[in-house]
Design a protein around this ligand. Sequence first.
Ligand SMILES: Cc1ncc(COP(=O)(O)O)c(C=O)c1O
Length: 357
Amino acid sequence: MNIRPEILAVPAYNFSEQNYKTKLDQNESPYDLPAKLKAEVLAKFAKLSFNRYPQLDAHSLRQKLAKNIGWSSNNIVISGGSNILIQALVSAAAINKTVLTIRPSFSLYAMQAQIQAAKLVEISLKEGFELPMADLLAELKKSAGVFFIANPAAPTGNLFSKQDILALAHASSESWLMVIDEAYHEFSDTDYSYLINDFEHVVSLRTLSKAYGLAGVRLGYGLMDKKLAQEIQKLIIPFSISIFQEIVAEVVLDNSQYLEARIYDIKQEHKRVFAALEKMPNISPYQSTTNFILFKVNDAASFYNNLLAQEVLIRRQDHLLNLENCLRVNIGTKEENDIFLAAMDQTIKELANGKTS
Ligand SMILES: Cc1ncc(COP(=O)(O)O)c(C=O)c1O
């Protein structure tokens, strides 16, 4: 089989379908597009010519998005999910060079490094999920490539300090692209895109899969310096944003007022779920500013299986460095969160009585 050895060496993306009624495993929004907006999308979609290509580089959508977020469309590269931009950024600047990131972090950075034959350097977070600043700064000085940092972090959910991020932006400015993955920034009220004005190597990565609730539609974008955007755009396959993706995004951006209340509800529910987990015996949730909570139990496999037996699906994280016995749950609707919390109570009782699923 004529496949590059780097590809053969990479395990397939680790995600398997399970039986569940309550799905809290992928940090999605629990809210679908409002029915009125769905109807508007479908009506507009029906009028389009399916035999014609979409616009090159999603030109109109880029302009609408630019207006919506207060940037120029020349600073934006749109892709079918921010995952695609992660791939593009590695191609742009890390092949035969380095992908630098922290560990644990979003798995795709490492996976793309391996697939695209970049050297992968992952530096472990310190106690309390703090940035290993000395080691990061040393690596930034020593080599070149793409440096990925998710802020808020994933899967730990914490925010890094502004001072550290700024120091890293300075230290990476000569030989690196620094990608600040802000997939969850709507929940933390942070926004590092302003760094782009000072640093032409900084990219702020955004997704419509989380707060916008459009994971199934697949849309993400990067904000960056205009010159850099021109180059990165070349790596996004022409016409790869379909007419359906364009229509959904345009309708959502034209009606985005409804999102604020949803984000507020998720934040409120986050507080409630966190407080409830904190009160449970031998359960330790970690503070997060995202739509998910990482928490430690005394036996991750038994908890996960017992919850699944109650048809509640969350995510195991206990295979990751320093996340022994950790699980991750995303915030759902109030009803879903109640089901999760009741299933946790039940699990604790059953495991105390020696029952495993
Ligand atoms: C930190 C981070 N970045 C990027 C993504 C991928 O987002 P998208 O759905 O836009 O590809 C995720 C998805 O879970 C994520 O957690």
